[in-house]
Design a protein around this ligand. Structure first.
Ligand code: HAM
Length: 419
């Protein structure tokens, strides 16, 4: 029987790892420059966390959760995190971090899980990187999170991307708006799909997430929240736009952005790329000022984003990240040298050099080929003659120059050449 990976998952193979490492290094560099600290919550949480925060009528929660029952009787089931915002906020509250300081700027990079229909740019296990600035309602923090994502995208090598922004108002303005949408939608309710008719009853704003063509078309004629927000929310949005202009970040206002999760208030945004095809969202986020208080934490504002690592790498196509070259490959010339080469390799590794040797008793020619394939900087060749004199022949694999040196000097020589 042959085994296949589950549908919607990917193997990230050794030849792709340098690209991922390059990406992580760049992202960490940007996060560090803005003062964001890393946080690593668990990969799974109690299911109710997502029901209460992401929203039980959202597609993510209603249709896409990987849920496993708990084995302890009466305990809630577990769900593999479809997103990390709820887990991050839970972690900040549960660990009492708000007693230590009022504003927490944190970042994460890691796998997420959504039981979706797989297609290009959409998988069931994917990776997100994101930030959450928790503890302030200041509009400039909204701008900062957008600047962080823009910096990462630019530095990674995504040439074309667009930033779309919108405001969803606060719970107060949304209440009035909800009534407007229900009224407008009610007039043509029978034309909407069954899910949307359910959304009409339970959480009418989720109708904007519907992927059914008729519903999407009908939703276009519904009133837009941005036209109904209160004076405070409007002022907040104006400050965000002003901050974006000050930061030199180009944006377009898109009144149709509502985001597919329930916790947002005021600013929402999405970064898209034409390099991606149908799943064109690189990342998105926004403000969620009611979530921390609603989860039992202090009544503080928060804003953040998450973006898909796979999608960003796809949009940065053409960028290369060469694998690191090993410093050495030790070659045994003859039986006698076999034991010695392992010892020599260990000494070189202990000296901080990276390299390998042949364990399969292959010919010198085959060992040399392997040194070439691995792109080792030096071949360290040891035969009976060298052994007897406690020496080794070292060959610079780039220019082919060979020299015989004392074994005790090999590490130093290669180390210096590498610098
Ligand atoms: P989201 O829009 O659901 O937001 O996901 C953010 C990004 O994750 C998407 O733009 C996309 O690049 C990537 N993504 C989502 N689902 C998949 C998938 N199935 N396959 C590949 N990539 C995917 C959030 O998750 C919020 N937590 C963002 C946030 C943080 N809001 C405030 N703070």
């Amino acid at each position: 029987m042959s085994h296949k990976r589950p549908e919607g998952t990917d193997d990230i193979l050794p030849d792709q790892i340098p690209l991922w490492l390059r990406f992580e290094q760049i992202a960490r560099g940007v996060f560090g420059r803005y003062g964001y600290l890393e946080v690593r919550p668990p990969l799974f949480e109690h299911t109710r966390l997502f029901l209460k925060t992401s929203g039980d009528t959202t597609d993510v929660v209603e249709k896409q959760m990987f849920t496993v029952p708990s084995r302890s009787e009466g305990e809630d089931s577990y769900t593999f995190r479809p997103e990390l915002t709820p887990g991050v906020i839970r972690a900040l509250i549960e660990n009492g971090l708000f007693h230590k300081r009022p504003l927490w700027k944190v970042f994460y990079i890691g796998p997420m899980f959504r039981y979706e229909k797989p297609q290009k740019g959409r998988t069931r296990q994917f990776h997100q990187f994101g930030v959450e600035a928790v503890g302030s309602k200041e509009p400039l923090l909204d701008v900062e999170t957008m600047a962080v994502l823009a910096d990462v995208l630019r530095e990674v090598g995504v040439k074309e991307f667009a930033l779309q922004v919108n405001t969803l108002g606060c719970p107060d303005c949304r209440e009035a708006y909800r009534g407007r949408v229900r009224q407008a939608m009610g007039e043509r309710l029978l034309e909407y799909c069954e899910s949307c008719r359910r959304r009409f009853e339970r959480n009418v704003l989720r109708v904007f997430d519907c992927k059914v063509e008729t519903c999407a078309r009908l939703a276009e004629s519904l009133p837009a929240i941005a036209d109904f927000v209160c004076a405070d929310c409007r002022a907040h949005f104006e400050k965000v736009l002003e901050g974006l202009r000050d930061a030199g970040l180009e944006y377009v206002i898109n009144k149709r952005i509502v985001r597919g999760l329930d916790y947002y208030s005021r600013t929402v945004y999405e970064f898209t790329s034409t390099a991606l095809g149908a799943q064109n969202a690189l990342g998105g986020g926004g403000r969620y000022d009611s979530l921390v208080g609603g989860m039992g934490g202090p009544d503080v504002g928060a804003v953040g984003f998450a973006a898909g690592v796979e999608r960003v790498l796809m949009a940065a196509k053409g960028v290369e990240a060469p694998a690191a070259r090993p410093d050495f490959f030790v070659i045994a010339a003859g039986e006698e040298a076999r034991r010695a080469v392992f010892r020599i390799a260990q000494q070189l590794r202990a000296a901080g050099l990276a390299g390998d040797l042949d364990y399969e008793s292959r010919s010198v020619k085959a060992q040399m080929r392997r040194a070439n394939d691995l792109r080792a900087l030096y071949a360290v060749i040891v035969g009976p003659e060298e052994l007897a004199k406690q020496q080794a022949k070292i060959k610079n694999m780039d220019d082919g120059v060979e020299r015989v040196v004392a074994l005790a000097e090999v590490a130093g020589l290669i180390g210096r050449a590498r610098e």
